[in-house]
Design a protein around this ligand. Structure first.
Ligand SMILES: [Zn+2]
Length: 597
């Protein structure tokens, strides 16, 4: 162990010395005293406002110079101005704040090109729905606006019982009178379930004879076996996976709007965090056509691996638990702005849908009225262990969706069974880690797990969690302070489109942890603003092994930058969610500029 650290230190020192040597030793011995070499010219120099570097010393600098796709210099204005030439553009921040642009630590990019075509049936502040009648109105407006024809699917997103005054799930029979000729699917806020109307049930072939699959939920009409409307997890995911897609050209044409959704809030690295085979084919086409100007990190779903790998290894015949030797070659590098980073595992569902997998029962009934409900895993442990062992053996990074503590235990057990240790630097990312137990933090340290938290949950569903799990369990949700204190690298995410792509609200939520009613959920787990920004920048970059290029302002880093209209480190806390991106740069090029109101 000591040996290893010493060697690393030695390499660092040696590399540093070599770099120094390059600067001082390019003169032939005995040459005359040199003229100071002119510093490299900058294309742009930013100055005139706070510049938040996100470096480890928590430095603010006065100016930043960039050239090409990289940062050339950052520091005192007089020093940075030495890089000014006649061709340099001086960008006066006018008091606005410059910082590294944001890295999406977990979300679903492929929802972006689709969501622009769907009806928003979310509750405030994301959408207008507070009762069942609102849903019908929103859908009727949507049909008119989009010119949806008889027989076409009507799709809504953001459905959530907790927004409804009625306090129960919507029924198919409540949609049928208004939509007798169209299949309707209202996707649950977790993206792990939906309400269907009767035409939709017919279209997908679900009726009273359809058994509930293991790991799935199908609510039934009381006293009958007839599907009531609401489905979740394995009863829903295959339906969603086989939904008719808009024509490919139409989807490709929405990619600019999809990327603007990210760039307009200062995000320049997006995640496609559960990529189906057909999505990857689409993204590869988009990349090859040069349609991507933001970086897209894709995490292929483990169950789709055989189909995905056909392209990389045509002879591959095995199942997801037998990866070919060459698998790793497909991962870890960008091609035309698209990168595969790791395999996506899904262990459970969502806490707000009550389909997370907990070790202790909820205080309320399950989604289908079950007593003593603690959720269920999506896959049995033997499948999980075998798949993890295989991915680790082939050197593939694992990203795993775990909301409940029992599903986190499954990942811990799987990594232990595979003999994984922290110093192997596997960077296994446990996405959500929401209902982590205090004792599991130590296991994360031992195994080198890295949590990607979902702190905005405290705002959107915090009160639900108190009702369902009690104040003590709910208060430890996304324990970022405790995790950081143990030295864990924590990121923070929106799980777009589960919640909106909104880094400033995410930052705020980790700092305040307030629910919709203003209750502070777990005051001990609040973190300071700098740590909160790290979770959206350099820590998120670390989880995808890009911390040497992204998330900090320092010479040699990519010029991925955002100008914000206020400084998130100093503005009033309540105002953090209102901060707007003014301009966003991807590798030095402006990719979004806010139009004056
Ligand atoms: Zn997700």
């Amino acid at each position: 162990m000591t040996d290893k650290i010493d060697r690393r230190e030695f390499i660092k020192t040696a590399v540093g010395a070599a770099a120094g040597a390059l600067v001082v030793a390019h003169l032939p011995a005995g040459a005359a005293e040199p003229q100071a070499e002119a510093p490299q010219g900058a294309e742009k120099i930013f100055r005139g406002g706070p510049i938040v570097t996100m470096d480890d010393a928590r430095r603010e600098v006065q100016a930043v110079a960039i050239v090409g796709d990289k940062i050339l210099a950052a520091g005192d204005e007089a020093e940075v101005m030495k890089h000014k030439t006649d061709a340099t553009e001086i960008v006066d921040l006018g008091g606005k704040t410059l910082m590294p642009s944001f890295v999406d630590a977990h979300g679903h990019f492929m929802n972006a090109p689709q969501i622009v075509k769907w009806a928003n049936v979310s509750g405030p502040p994301v959408g207008p729905v507070t009762k069942i009648a609102d849903i019908v109105t929103v859908l009727q407006d949507h049909v008119k606006k989009q010119g949806i024809k008889k027989g076409d699917w009507i799709i809504g997103y953001g459905y959530d019982r907790s927004n409804l005054a009625e306090g129960r799930e919507l029924l198919a029979s409540e949609l049928d009178p208004a939509f007798p000729d169209n299949p309707v699917m209202l996707i649950h806020s977790s993206n792990h379930g939906a309400v269907l109307n009767s035409v939709a049930f017919k279209a997908v072939g679900y009726d009273e004879n359809t058994p509930t699959p293991p790991g799935g939920i199908i609510n039934r009409m009381e006293g009958t076996n007839k599907p009531a409307g609401f489905l979740m997890e394995t009863a829903f995911l295959p339906i969603f996976g086989s939904m008719p897609q808009p024509p490919e050209r139409e989807m490709l044409d929405t990619l600019d709007a999809a990327q603007q959704l990210y760039a307009s809030v200062g995000v320049t690295t997006c995640q496609e965090g559960a990529t189906h085979a057909k999505d990857l084919a689409f993204l590869r086409k988009a990349a090859a056509e040069g349609l991507l100007y933001l970086d897209i990190v894709s995490l292929p779903l483990i169950l789709n691996v055989p189909a995905l790998l056909k392209e990389y290894a045509p002879s591959f015949q095995g199942g997801p638990m037998e990866l070919p030797e060459t698998t790793a070659q497909a991962f870890g590098h960008y091609k035309d702005r698209l990168k595969l980073q790791g395999l996506k595992f899904v262990m459970d569902g969502s806490p707000q849908g009550k389909t997370a997998f907990w070790s202790q029962p909820l205080l309320t009934k399950g989604p289908g009225g079950e007593e003593n409900w603690r959720g269920q895993p999506l896959f049995p442990p033997e499948v999980v262990n075998k798949s993890m062992k295989e991915a680790y053996a082939k050197g593939i990074q694992i990203f795993s969706h775990c909301n409940g503590d029992a599903s986190i235990d499954m990942m811990i057990d799987g990594a232990r069974a595979a003999g994984i240790k922290a110093d192997e630097d596997r960077r296994t990312v446990i996405i959500h880690s929401q209902f982590q137990r205090p004792d599991q933090l130590e296991a994360y340290v031992d195994l080198g797990f890295s949590p990607s938290y979902f702190t905005v949950h405290a705002f959107y569903w915090g009160e639900e969690h108190v009702t369902n799990t009690g104040l003590e369990r709910a208060s430890f949700i996304s324990p970022m302070k405790s995790a950081a204190a143990k030295g864990l690298v924590c990121s923070n995410h929106s799980d777009f489109s589960v919640t909106p792509m909104d880094p400033m609200r995410m930052m705020w939520s980790a700092v305040v942890r307030t629910t919709r009613t203003g209750r502070v959920l777990g005051p001990d787990e609040r973190i300071d603003r700098w740590e909160s920004l790290k979770a959206l920048t350099t820590n998120a970059a670390w989880q995808i092994r890009e911390e040497d290029q992204k998330g900090k302002i320092a010479p040699g880093m990519l010029a991925d930058l955002v100008i914000l209209d206020a400084n998130p480190l100093t503005v009033d806390t309540d105002r953090i969610p209102e901060i707007k991106a003014v301009e966003t740069f991807k590798e030095g090029k402006s990719v979004y500029k806010r139009q004056p109101a």
